[in-house]
Design a protein around this ligand. Structure first.
Ligand code: HEM
Length: 228
């Protein structure tokens, strides 16, 4: 065995599969949020729901402004799907809730940190893709169930006013995700940058967990039925 040959390099699984493996790890933590659990099984109210809508509005405004800036980028531009845009839906949900006298909350510290990280990514298109994946593939996956549960729990119409954030017209989740994974696998990144992007996926999840944790800390003490 010549020195430079060494043991054969183990072939890396497809990039998209490595995303998914990172997702499975963090997903348990994210999906286990006490705030999301109380929200989806009807133990909160529209005011507590509006707090999440308010945070999402700030986060997606920044994410989609970054997406607009990367529209012509050879890496991030491939993920510019207009049908994913959430800003108009979130603005409609906020307006609907406000019209019903539901107070809209300020961005939390966790949301501000999340937005600061997104803003830092203006120079790193592949880093943006990590956050794009965590948010949008989550929204067209588990987010669909969350949207239905919130509507049912708080007397809204599934897919209607107040929960339009969860409506993805012209997106069929299964083929969309397959195409998305093919784009991840085709992204022209060397192994070092792939590893950095996968670390950014973990950071994106962590920032989302912190947003949900802060909402739990701020809100749940006001809902004794949750504590009991
Ligand atoms: C109650 C909370 C949640 C539930 C029940 C849930 C459920 C699911 C389900 C069933 C899938 C599809 C898994 C598959 O294709 O095998 C999924 C995928 C995903 N979820 Fe969640 N989810 C939740 C929260 C979240 C949150 C808060 C995020 C991110 C912030 C997230 C990000 C993702 C991502 C990125 C995927 C796609 C993974 C992939 O196919 O590569 N999820 N989720």
């Amino acid at each position: 065995m010549t020195p430079q040959s060494g043991p054969p390099a183990t072939a890396q699984p497809p990039f998209s599969q490595r995303f998914r493996e990172r997702s499975i790890l963090m997903h348990r933590e994210t999906g286990g949020s006490t705030y999301l659990a109380a929200l989806t099984d009807g133990r909160l109210d529209l005011t507590a729901y509006a707090a999440l809508v308010s945070q999402h509005t700030v986060i997606y405004r920044t994410l989609e402004q970054l997406g607009d800036a990367f529209a012509d980028d050879p890496i991030a531009g491939k993920f510019a799907f207009p049908e994913l845009a959430r800003r108009p839906h979130l603005e409609a949900d906020l307006a609907f809730l406000q019209a019903r006298g539901i107070p809209i909350s300020e961005p939390t510290e966790a949301t501000t940190r999340y937005v600061e990280r997104l803003t830092e990514l203006a120079g790193w298109p592949a880093g943006f893709v990590a956050h794009h994946y965590v948010r949008y593939l989550g929204d067209i996956s588990g987010g669909q169930a969350i949207g239905r549960q919130v509507a049912t729990a708080y007397g809204l119409v599934p897919g209607g006013d107040g929960v339009r954030f969860y409506v993805f017209d012209n997106v069929k989740p299964k083929p969309f995700k397959e195409n998305y994974r093919a784009l991840l696998d085709a992204a022209p990144l060397d192994e070092r940058e792939q590893d950095e992007v996968l670390d950014e996926v973990l950071l994106a999840y962590r920032l989302n967990v912190e947003v949900l944790t802060e909402l739990a800390e701020q809100l749940l003490p006001h809902y004794p039925q949750v504590a009991s």
